[in-house]
Design a protein around this ligand. Structure first.
Ligand SMILES: *[C@@H]1O[C@H](CO)[C@@H](O)[C@H](O)[C@H]1NC(C)=O
Ligand SMILES: *[C@@H]1O[C@H](CO)[C@@H](O)[C@H](O)[C@H]1NC(C)=O
Ligand SMILES: *[C@@H]1O[C@H](CO)[C@@H](O)[C@H](O)[C@H]1NC(C)=O
Ligand SMILES: *[C@@H]1O[C@H](CO)[C@@H](O)[C@H](O)[C@H]1NC(C)=O
Length: 836
């Protein structure tokens, strides 16, 4: 211990000596050169810049041309963003000479591997308004000279190893709006002076060690928008003064030791969108005022000791996307009003004391992804039918540890995952369920039977009771009646059915009086050649909605009222063998495939005199256009964009892996992704698609759209499914950035590393709100990461579309960092890890 002490003294001595020598250096330089020069000297001395990150390739040029350096008109440096340089990880921040920067407004050293203390001279940057030292390994106590930086608006010191108290002097930074101190080892209480910061809008005090409670003075921070204190040892109760923070949008105090009940005053926080109080010791009821916070999109009160019934008012929070009240003592029945929460994607009410039946009328929760009602005392049957939760096939559903009875409805086979263990269910467990889910999902249901080792076999011929005999008789009579009707129907059809119309599934040939050949299938209704000609007035220009590579697209309203799209090859183009070929190609391709994310071809006419294809009409046009118009782009919100990406990934995976032989599209672009009125996406335009036959050469003329073509195609001309994967990567980024990512992609291949510090949030489409629910945020980070792998210059290192689809299906634990801190460099590292 004593040795440690003297060592520390020695270190302190070295620091002082170095500080003095740094000052002497500066004076020496300043006396013989201009201010600009001494700024340049300090930067050169820091070692962070080399020829590689100057834009002229000459270190003798003014530092204003270096990467990450910005100057004012007078040539004095105003902004420094330290370049990323892995060789400089472990750099002592105290070796950076802060003295010669009289005009510096911004210093950003986020995530540069800095170590050591923050030197007190940092207080000399009198103009500084933004200081970001987050995500390094800086240590020591926070210097009180930070208080000299009275122009600071943004101060981020989070994710370092600072210890000691928060300096009370920070209360002098009267312009401070953003203060991030989280993820350090700070101790003590929040100094009362901080509550004088009238402009503070973002406060993050996440910490690992005890930091006291929220005092009533918290109510003075009336500008506060964002209050975060996770993994803290915040204790005490939530002060009633919280109700004064009427600008609060996000209130995030999970994993603390908060006691007492939630004060009814939270009802004043009218613009609150996220309330996280999970993992605390909160008791009492949920105040009814909370349910009237109609802007809430995320409410998590799980792992507390809240004891109340679930009131119908819960239906008021109609924009909620995630509701987690699990692990409390909530009793009563599940209120029907839950069905009003139509935006819910996560609903977790597990481990409470809920009783009664699962209400069936919840099919309106069509976005639900996770439903957990396990560990309650629910009774009755599992509701089935289109208006039940189970109509939502993509949910992960946990109903285990209840008292549910009856048989398992068929819908369950379609769920993504299900847990029905520890109930009193009965009847046969279908072979599909046995093979789709592990035994743990069904154990401890005494009366289940089926073909599995863990189940008793079902009795082959169950004893028929009198009642059932009756039922069987009635059934036979009904069946005979319908069979008779069917026979009569067949006869009638045979007599009257001429050639005019054909229904669904099987293709049939229709010879109209023009002698043209029209093929229709896959369409639930009638399409006649004459209807098409009439509804478009023989392809009048007024019905034209677009012109593609080799034809025009028309909108046709059929007599039934249904609208279809027609792609017509003009006569002149019809004589061009290339066009003719790609047209027939598309008809051929699309007639072989059916997928919900691939545009539906209802039929076609392929004859010299009438060359057209009949498609499903997609009201909103192409993704390219939707992203160009602000109102439509905003309507295509984050959830819809993520769904679009997943849909297109599914479509490509289907083409590459489920079609035999595999099909490569060869022209995946935002122009060829069409959206319907609900903004569901389909992949279209199969004019250049081809079957990938393993033994035949795929050398072709260049196909595809500029900006989406994989780099290898330019030289090898061999199209593989990996070229589709590349184009998919471009489309993903375009969808999330709101514009073509051409600059971003070229920065990826450039030597410069500066772009790697760009925050993901700054790249995302700025027309959409920057708050996300956690599931969407996770999917956005995942999508961008996968896109980066898809854009790998080497086709071999790109993932298959099947892999991409799987990544979306298996929910990954969210990144520990909030989305707004993720930067490109971190995503590239993740992508690199994936492509290994
Ligand atoms: C760098 O620029 C200086 C003047 O600013 C010039 O004298 C020198 O020759 C340049 N060096 C190179 C390698 O271009
Ligand atoms: C900070 O301000 C105090 C008093 O205003 C001054 O004595 C001190 O030198 C300043 N520190 C720095 C590093 O500029
Ligand atoms: C739920 O929505 C229905 C209309 O769909 C409305 O009549 C009812 O008042 C709503 N209930 C709540 C609690 O918001
Ligand atoms: C629901 O909450 C419980 C307890 O908080 C948790 O263990 C479970 O994983 C959650 N369910 C889902 C589907 O996330």
């Amino acid at each position: 211990m004593g040795g440690d002490h003297s060592y520390n003294w020695f270190l302190a001595f070295v620091v002082v000596v170095m500080m003095i020598s740094a000052t002497i250096d500066y004076k020496a330089v300043a006396s013989k050169s201009s201010g600009e020069n001494s700024e340049a000297q300090a930067l050169i001395k820091s070692g962070w810049w080399s020829i590689d990150n100057t834009s002229t390739g000459n270190m003798s040029d003014s530092p204003c041309t270096w990467h990450g350096v910005t100057c004012n008109k007078a040539g004095s440096i105003t902004e420094i963003i330290l370049p990323y340089d892995y060789k400089r990880i472990g750099y002592q921040l105290r070796d950076f000479n802060f003295s010669p920067f009289p005009s510096l407004v911004k210093f950003d050293a986020n995530g540069k591997g800095l170590v050591g203390i923050v030197p007190p001279q940092i207080g000399a940057l009198s103009k500084l308004s933004s200081l970001d030292l987050s995500c390094n390994k800086l240590t020591g106590e926070l210097p009180s000279s930070l208080a000299n930086l009275t122009n600071l608006v943004y101060l981020s010191l989070s994710s370092n190893e600072f210890y000691g108290n928060i300096p009370p002097a920070l209360g002098q930074l009267s312009n401070l709006a953003y203060l991030y101190l989280g993820y350090n080892h700070l101790t003590g209480t929040i100094p009362p002076t901080l509550f004088h910061l009238k402009k503070l809008s973002h406060l993050d005090i996440c910490a690992y060690v005890h930091i006291g409670g929220l005092p009533s003075e918290t109510g003075n921070l009336t500008s506060l928008v964002y209050l975060e204190g996770a993994s803290n040892q915040i204790d005490g109760s939530i002060p009633v003064e919280i109700g004064k923070l009427t600008n609060l949008a996000s209130f995030y105090l999970p994993h603390n030791k908060i006691v007492g009940s939630i004060p009814p005053e939270v009802g004043n926080l009218k613009i609150l969108y996220a309330l996280h109080l999970e993992f605390n010791h909160i008791t009492g009821i949920i105040p009814s005022t909370l349910f009237y916070l109609t802007n809430l999109i995320y409410l998590d009160l799980s792992w507390n000791q809240i004891s109340c019934s679930l009131p119908p008012e819960i239906g008021e929070m109609k924009y909620l996307t995630a509701l987690d009240l699990s692990n409390n003592q909530i009793y009563g029945t599940i209120p029907l009003e839950l069905r009003n929460l139509t935006h819910l994607d996560t609903l977790n009410l597990s481990s409470n004391q809920l009783q009664g039946e699962i209400p069936r009328l919840l099919g309106s929760l069509s976005l639900l992804v996770m439903l957990d009602l396990s560990n309650n005392m629910l009774t009755g049957n599992i509701p089935s039918g289109v208006d039940s939760w189970f109509a939502i096939k993509s949910i992960i559903c946990n109903l285990s540890h209840n008292n549910l009875s009856g048989t398992i409805p068929h819908f369950v086979e379609q769920l993504r995952d299900v847990d029905l263990s520890y109930n009193t269910l009965e009847g046969r467990l279908s072979d599909n369920l046995v093979s789709k889910f592990p035994s743990s999902r069904f154990v401890s249901n005494k009366n289940l039977c089926g073909n599995a080792a863990y189940l008793p076999p079902c009795l082959e011929s169950p004893v028929v009771t009198k009642k059932e005999k009756h039922r069987t008789k009635a059934y036979i009579i009904t069946a005979t009646f319908w069979f008779a009707c069917f026979l009569i129907g067949v006869v009638v059809v045979l007599i009257f059915h001429r050639t005019k119309t054909v229904k669904q599934v099987e293709a049939e040939l229709i010879e109209s009086n023009h002698g043209d050949v029209l093929r229709i299938w896959n369409y639930d209704g009638n399409i006649a050649y004459k209807d098409i000609i009439q509804s478009t007035e023989d392809f009048d220009i007024r019905y034209c909605i677009g012109t593609g590579g080799y034809g025009s697209v028309y909108r046709a309203q059929l007599p039934s009222g249904k609208i279809v799209a027609l792609k017509k090859l003009h006569r002149l183009e019809g004589e061009n063998p290339t066009y003719d070929k790609s047209f027939r190609n598309e008809a051929h391709m699309l007639s072989q495939i059916r997928h919900r994310n691939i545009v539906k071809l209802f039929g076609f006419c392929l004859h010299k005199r009438c060359m057209f294809l009949i498609y499903e009409y997609m009201e909103r046009g192409s993704l390219f256009c939707v992203l160009r118009y602000e109102t439509e782009a905003v309507e295509l919100d984050w959830t819809k964009r993520v769904n679009l990406i997943k849909g297109i990934a599914n479509a490509l995976s289907y083409l590459h892996h489920d079609c035999k032989p595999p099909i490569i599209h060869r022209d995946v672009s935002s122009n060829n992704i069409l959206l319907n009125s609900k903004l569901d996406a389909t992949l279209s335009d199969f004019g250049t698609a081809r079957f990938l036959e393993l033994d035949s050469s795929n050398h072709t003329i260049m196909a595809g759209t500029y900006g989406y073509i994989a780099p290898e195609l330019a030289c090898t001309m061999v199209a593989t499914e990996k070229s589709d994967v590349y184009s998919f990567g471009v489309v993903v980024l375009e969808t999330l950035f709101g514009k073509h990512p051409v600059d971003f992609i070229s920065s990826l291949s450039s030597k410069s590393t500066e772009h790697q510090q760009t925050k993901l949030i700054d790249l995302l489409d700025e027309r959409l709100p920057t708050y996300f629910n956690h599931l969407v945020a996770r999917d956005v980070v995942l999508a961008v990461t996968l896109a980066l792998v898809c854009l790998h210059p080497k086709p071999k290192s790109r993932p298959t579309m099947q892999y991409v689809v799987q990544q979306f299906l298996v929910p990954k634990p969210g990144l520990r960092m909030p989305l707004h801190t993720v930067n490109v460099q971190q995503l590239i590292s993740l992508a690199y890890a994936i492509s290994q």
